[in-house]
Design a protein around this ligand. Structure first.
Ligand code: FES
Length: 109
């Protein structure tokens, strides 16, 4: 198990305990934790409705692949640490990662 944190709109960081042996994506974890992530493409890096920003721990996790970067390029606003949650497979290295859900702010709710 690892612990991820989601920064809420009020600045609080909510911890989520996540198993690392189930090959889950961060998108699946967020949906299972009742966050409003549409994930309309089902995790194919085609919709960006799972857009998150990594606030802490970006250096702990592997870099985005070309399909993910291409999809992020289509968004009007991205940060240096923007990611598609569906492309982030839960791994031990993600322990302590902090994310903010940007798709929420972009109206994908
Ligand atoms: S669920 Fe569609 S890009 Fe992540």
């Amino acid at each position: 198990m690892i612990t991820l944190y989601v920064e809420e709109n009020n600045g609080e960081r909510r911890p989520i305990e996540v198993p690392t042996d189930m090959s889950l994506s961060l998108m699946e974890v967020l949906k299972a934790s009742d966050y409003p992530v549409q994930a309309t493409c089902g995790g194919m890096a085609l919709c960006a409705t799972c857009h998150v920003e990594v606030l802490d721990g970006d250096d702990k996790y592997k870099e985005a692949t070309d399909p993910e970067l291409e999809m992020l390029d289509t968004l009007p606003e991205v940060s240096d640490t923007s990611r598609l949650a569906c492309q982030m497979r839960i791994e031990d290295e993600m322990d302590g990662l902090v994310v903010r859900i940007l798709a929420q702010e972009e109206g994908y709710v």
